[in-house]
Design a binder for this molecule. Structure first.
Ligand SMILES: NC(=O)c1ccc[n+]([C@@H]2O[C@H](COP(=O)([O-])OP(=O)(O)OC[C@H]3O[C@@H](n4cnc5c(N)ncnc54)[C@H](O)[C@@H]3O)[C@@H](O)[C@H]2O)c1
Length: 294
């Protein structure tokens, strides 16, 4: 039997996931305590033998609608770090979606691996897309650190449950400029309330992490007349932003302690911690990744 719908999976495909290789985690020392940090939390786990995909999807709350949240690709040090990250990010998405008045709940996905070392991106994101498809629309994925619109386009080839694929394919396009705009609006609000400023001209902003979001933010703030100080572990990204904005560069270790008006963490989290809080020499903190273990 065949199906004209390109998203229809063959009936004998086990929903396209290599089911014998799918790992459903049994109770472990740390899994249920992690899940118990929220009133409700589901964790879905998949391993695809062919591509090596190791992925987790956390669905936190679907009372307002299908859970939304991006897919992060990150080389976690341990399985526990991946579980912790997906759960805390899914919980955060529930609050973000509700605060924005969206008919959506919160979810998140993580793929355990180095985003710069994926031998066959198409195969990996197809496997991930099939995993998303098994949730039947209860979770809609999108971009996050380590994924781009191109990856979302690949996911879209196997499931409709993805947001932010490219406009040419009928999607809403790369979401990171909008994320950066949200951070800029937050900085403008902080500047007005804390610094008594109606514009940002001349303010010194220190951005930690100049990936998709941080680089877009840097360009926006540069156009508004801010002086920028940046830090990133990726020298190539730093070089691009310096070329576009004339930003000064400091090391990742130095950036929390640089003297500035606003410190804008835009990396992967954990910027404000017991180790950094006493070193801050900014007048306000306003970014999109401030707390968290990584
Ligand atoms: N892309 C989006 O639309 C989007 C949407 C919502 C939230 N976010 C969040 O925004 C943050 C950034 O996302 P992104 O898409 O720009 O990711 P990205 O991977 O493109 O960029 C993250 C950057 O942070 C750098 N980095 C990692 N560790 C660092 C450290 N300790 N200090 C300084 N830099 C470090 C990386 O090298 C990279 O350049 C993530 O936490 C993500 O969850 C992104």
């Amino acid at each position: 039997m065949s199906c004209a719908d390109p998203f229809c999976l063959p009936p004998d495909s086990h929903l396209g996931i290599d089911l014998p290789a799918m790992i459903i985690l049994e109770e472990t020392m740390t899994l249920f305590p992690e899940l118990a940090t929220a009133d409700r939390m589901e964790l879905h786990v998949a391993h695809d033998r062919q591509t090596g995909l190791k992925a987790l999807i956390g669905v936190h709350d679907t009372r307002l609608g299908p859970a939304i949240g991006g897919c992060r690709v990150y080389p976690y040090a341990t399985e526990q770090d991946a579980i912790h990250d997906v759960c805390r990010l899914a919980r955060g998405m529930t609050s973000k979606a509700a605060l924005a008045g969206l008919p959506h709940g919160g979810g998140k996905a993580v793929i355990w691996g180095d985003p710069r070392d994926i031998p066959d991106r198409r195969a990996l994101f197809h496997a991930f897309g099939r995993f998303v498809e098994t949730l039947g629309g209860r979770y809609l994925t999108s971009a996050d650190s380590g994924t781009s619109s191109g990856d979302l386009d690949l996911i879209r080839e196997v499931t409709r449950n993805v947001l932010g694929s490219s406009r040419e394919l009928g999607g809403s396009g790369d979401p990171s400029p909008f994320t950066a705009l949200g951070v800029r609006r937050g900085i403008e609000a902080v500047a007005e309330v804390v610094l008594g400023r109606r514009d940002l001209e001349g303010l010194v902003v220190a951005i930690q992490g100049v990936g998709h979001v941080g680089a877009n933010l840097a360009r926006e703030l540069h156009a508004l007349g801010c002086r920028l100080i940046i830090a990133d572990v990726d020298a190539a990204r730093v070089a691009e932003v310096v070329e576009a904005t004339g930003a000064s560069v400091v090391s990742v270790e130095e950036i929390p302690g640089v003297e500035c008006d606003i410190y804008a963490p835009c990396a992967l989290g954990g910027a404000i911690s017991d180790a950094t809080i006493d070193r801050l020499r900014c007048r306000a903190v306003a970014g999109n990744r401030i707390f968290g273990i990584i």
